[in-house]
Design a protein around this ligand. Structure first.
Ligand SMILES: Cc1cc2nc3c(=O)[nH]c(=O)nc-3n(C[C@H](O)[C@H](O)[C@H](O)COP(=O)(O)OP(=O)(O)OC[C@H]3O[C@@H](n4cnc5c(N)ncnc54)[C@H](O)[C@@H]3O)c2cc1C
Length: 369
């Protein structure tokens, strides 16, 4: 297996995650600029594949589209089909029952031998909580360079420079990796990750003169010292920030913890939404710190960010200013949030949000009548 650029993708029950699609697109642009082939590695548990009797010892390769391999699991097969058709590059599934639930140790153990064998120039990982978790450990095992939160790249001669922000946007750095491979965690809002995300079909398939190949590999499990027992249900039913298309964020201007209910109901109007907040809201104990957006919280870039009762202090803006559309509700016309908002509503949120909820309820009643 050979590739100059490797992407490590994450799957959810819905298929490839949005952050993975973004990392694949970014890696595709890099592969094109570097004139390298790209390979997507997907760690996970694909039970039908593990049950293949011929599979235990090592590698079984199936051409894509496969012919007569009815034993391949539908889930993995569909995932492979989606990735291979969309990205136009080879895909390898790393399968093992120890990868059924996520653990950094299991992922590093599964990924380091194959990444070491391929020895690509670049390894792109989605900048998700999972990516931050196993990425540094993988870099140590591979004696690789690691550059986190990459937004863009620039090629100069044979060198690739990677752009990232520090102090959440106050400074921008260009970093030149000095070791091969260079592991990059790719931000959701990095270059090429907006829009349709996956590369056009057959772009690189044409160059290679053969269709993308899908491989299924047994992931090594030797020497594991921990065992993941699976996921516990989340305390809240909102989407993870990196998956959410809409984030509704609460600021201190909501006035009381009881009014969080309005923010949650507003988020509930949108199908793929999450609730965020400013640090002031966390400091008051109204929401958990994992929901904080900003300098010392999460960096987000959803399609729509609705800031409710948030003043727009620089540390908050640093975490959300790259959102595609920002709507701000604030009763102070001089609030700094209006300087970054695409749509500003100068009004009391306790008036505006119930009005939006009533409109949305009316709309859904009309459609169901
Ligand atoms: C080192 C450091 C790191 C920080 N990191 C972060 C970070 O990661 N994220 C973060 O958010 N902050 C961070 N902060 C804090 C930041 O500086 C601000 O204090 C914080 O963002 C303010 O939160 P807020 O906008 O909710 O509250 P406020 O600044 O108090 O603003 C409340 C806003 O609500 C409006 N309002 C009030 N009532 C209503 C109403 N009924 N209807 C409509 N509008 C109303 C007001 O006009 C006001 O603009 C950091 C600070 C420091 C020093």
């Amino acid at each position: 297996m050979k590739a100059g650029v490797v992407v490590i993708a994450e799957m959810s029950a819905d298929g490839l995650t949005a952050a993975s699609r973004g990392a694949i697109s970014f890696a595709g642009l890099m592969a094109e600029a570097a004139g390298e082939d790209m390979l997507i590695l997907v760690p996970g548990h694909f039970p039908y594949i593990d049950e293949q009797p011929c599979h235990g010892a090592g590698t079984v390769q199936y051409e894509y589209p496969p012919s007569g391999n009815g034993g391949v699991g539908i889930f993995a097969y569909n995932g492979a089909k989606e990735i291979a058709a969309g990205a136009g590059c080879d895909v390898a599934f790393l399968s093992g029952d120890h990868l059924a639930g996520y653990s950094a140790e299991a992922w590093m153990t599964a990924l380091s031998p194959i990444c070491g064998e391929i020895n690509p120039r670049f390894i792109c990982i989605p900048h998700t909580s999972r990516g931050w978790d196993y990425g540094p450990g993988l870099a140590i095992r591979l004696k690789a360079s690691l550059i986190g939160a990459v937004e863009d790249f620039r090629r100069q001669g044979e060198d690739f420079f990677f752009k990232r922000s520090v102090l959440k946007g106050q400074w921008q750095l260009e970093v030149l990796p000095e070791k091969r491979p260079a592991i990059l965690t790719v931000l959701p809002e990095a270059r090429g990750t907006q829009g349709t995300a996956l590369l056009e079909e057959a772009r690189s398939a044409d160059k290679r003169g053969r269709p993308p190949r899908v491989s299924f590999l047994s992931a090594p499990a030797t020497g594991l010292r921990t065992k993941s027992l699976g996921r516990l249900p989340a305390a809240e039913t909102t989407y993870d920030f990196s998956e959410a298309e809409v984030i509704v964020a609460a600021g201190k201007g909501i006035g009381a913890v009881e009014n969080l209910d309005l923010i949650k109901r507003l988020a509930g109007v949108f199908p793929k939404s999450a609730v965020g907040c400013s640090r002031a809201v966390c400091d008051l104990g109204w929401m958990e710190y994992r929901r904080q957006v900003g300098l010392t919280g999460r960096t987000v870039a959803p399609s729509l960010y609705i800031a409710c009762g948030i003043s727009g202090a620089m540390p908050h803006l640093a975490g959300m200013r790259n959102s595609r559309c920002i709507v701000a509700v604030n009763r102070d016309i001089n609030a700094a949030i209006f300087q970054v908002a695409h749509l500003g509503i100068r009004e009391d949120l306790l008036t505006v949000i119930p009005a939006i909820l009533a409109l949305s309820e009316k709309g859904s009643n009309t459609t169901t009548q």
